[in-house]
Design a protein around this ligand. Structure first.
Ligand code: FE2
Length: 286
């Protein structure tokens, strides 16, 4: 079968059809496309959990999620997102990722990518939005680019968790210890040679080296600009879809659905991290 790749959105994202899991030539094309395109929506596969993990490993080494209560399949690499409750226990995290973010930006080495496999999809709602951070950066005026190229910001899981999950049990000491605040550049250099904004709502706490109010205003401006309509692709899920995205040059956001009417089960694997490469070193910015 021929491998077909067609654009999802002007400038980023590809829909992939005809991928044969044991076809090395296909994988050479798909992995190259992954590092270029930001988002791959792979359709037409019939994967079980082992197949999802094996496919994910083709794109890189995998890492296990810190919220171990949602690793509810036989595969610890699979983190479950769901509203389904079995035997009184949620099988996955629910209402996560409603803020714009890139996965694990709060870690010293944020996840390179994530691969989401749709197992059960609501008939309506629960779309995932993706925004291209290359395009967002490149659309900024030169003065703003020059200014933010040398700036760094604090990403905080504890801040995100406190804001997003105020109604939940607070993080355990172990979870808190596993996720200390980290500093990352506001602009990162991607291996593909392009610069990308590296920000996020709720999770980015402050900008270093500028007065707090100015930093907050800058973050707000960048977070608003980064998710302007021209940079966004909306994925409407079909059961069986596999969407792999590059956290180094995209942000994404979950959208709501009627969880009283529909079940949703999504399986996510996460590609191990790498430290963001700044445009200029931290010492210049401080
Ligand atoms: Fe996410």
């Amino acid at each position: 079968m021929a491998l077909e790749m067609t654009p999802l959105h002007p400038g980023f994202g590809l829909e992939v059809r005809g991928l044969e899991l044991d076809n090395e030539a296909h994988w050479a094309e798909v992995t190259a496309a992954f590092h270029r395109a930001g988002v791959l929506a792979i359709r037409g596969l019939e994967l079980d959990e082992a197949g999802h993990v094996a496919l994910s490993r083709r794109l890189g080494a995998l890492q296990v999620h810190v919220l171990t209560q949602f690793l509810t399949t036989p595969f610890p690499e699979i983190y479950v997102l769901s509203n389904v409750v079995r035997q009184g226990k949620p099988i996955g995290n629910h209402k996560e990722g409603l803020n714009w973010h890139s996965d694990w930006s709060y870690k010293e080495e944020p996840a390179v990518g994530s691969i989401l496999h749709a197992r059960v999809c609501p008939a309506e709602g629960a779309d995932t939005l993706f925004a291209c951070m290359h395009q967002a950066y490149e659309a900024l005026d030169a003065a703003t680019q020059q200014k933010i190229d040398g700036l760094f910001a604090v990403h905080s899981y504890a801040t995100y968790y406190g804001r997003a999950f105020a109604d939940r049990t607070p993080l355990s000491d172990a979870q808190r210890a596993a996720t200390p605040d980290v500093v990352h550049p506001l602009v990162r250099l991607h291996a593909n040679g392009r610069k990308a904004l590296f920000i996020g709502r709720e999770v980015v706490k402050e900008v270093l080296g500028v007065p707090p109010e100015e930093g907050a205003a800058l973050l707000d401006m960048l977070n608003t600009h980064a998710v302007s309509a021209p940079f966004i692709y909306r994925h409407k899920w079909q059961a069986g879809d596999v969407v792999a995205w590059d956290n180094r040059n995209t942000m994404h956001q979950a959208t709501d659905y009627d969880d009283t009417k529909y079940s949703r089960i999504m399986h996510r694997t996460t590609l191990a991290g790498e430290k963001p490469v700044p445009v200029r070193p931290l010492s210049v910015a401080a």
